[in-house]
Ligand binder design. Sequence first.
Ligand code: SF4
Length: 334
Amino acid sequence: MQQIDTLSRETSSKHIETENILEVSHLKKTFHIKQADGKKGLLRAVNDVSFTLKKGETFSLVGESGCGKSTLARTLLGLHPSDDGSKIIFKGEDITNMPRSKHKQFARQAQLIFQDPSACLNPRRTIRQILLEPFKIHKIKNGESKIGELLDLVGLGTRYLDMYPHEMSGGQKQRVGIARALALDPELIVCDEPVSALDVSIQAQVINLLEDLQKQLNLTYLFISHDLSVVHHISDRVGVMYLGEIVELTTRDKLYEETQHPYTKSLLSSIPETDGKSREKIILKGDVPSPSNPPAGCRFHTRCPSVMDICKKEAPDFIQTDNDHSVACHLFTK
Ligand code: SF4
């Protein structure tokens, strides 16, 4: 990820407002599953997650694969219904499990950029047809006049309009995915691992494009990633997820320089510091437990290098340790 680390981070023209565009409280998402022994079970993919997003900021959710970050994003966008007790407020309006008729209105303002551009573009459709889709779905007439502008905006140009996805590189396809997400002038974009399927050499270009578009269009990003180098580059604030829960939430700088949660420390130990030095490597023992059968007490206790007796019995509260720093760990509560 050297390319992204070495890019300059320009924040001068970025405008983060004080108003919250999104408020998520006690979000839970449980799936009914069939277990290996054939019995029915429950998989709580997202467990009581709360956070807010300010208009114009990039808030990242980071964690290992399977930690629930993508399920959380999809639940927010209404692609999965959330469990009872969850609350999602978008621009002051309660949109939790809203009826389909209202959802269409929200879908115009909140869009998703997918991880794999090859899988999310219909191979039988031209780029023109792909970009016209959102306009057709929302019965908006001026689509034809906007699609050229959209391709210009993402650095492609109208010569790509009559191509098919297989005629384009991965980076170009992801630019089409971004153009499609921008078609209806959204305010919030959920970027779900938007560069992890791309070559490292292309990742920095797409991240730069996302940053430029944010400044130009005053977009708010919920950025989902397992890659702490990308997250370090693009984020204003970061939430670290483990087994469906946010265990640490703070500003980008505090997360990397004043790390509190043992899980975050282990994740960060694998990436170089900004001055190029390596951190002390922390190798976690064991695999991530199944979210259908999470450990009692602190969910991280089976792998935590700082585990104490209390961690096996009591789940730590998510407490504020500083103005803009919260953590769920008994090291900070007892
Ligand atoms: Fe580790 Fe205990 Fe903190 Fe959990 S609560 S992260 S097990 S020290």
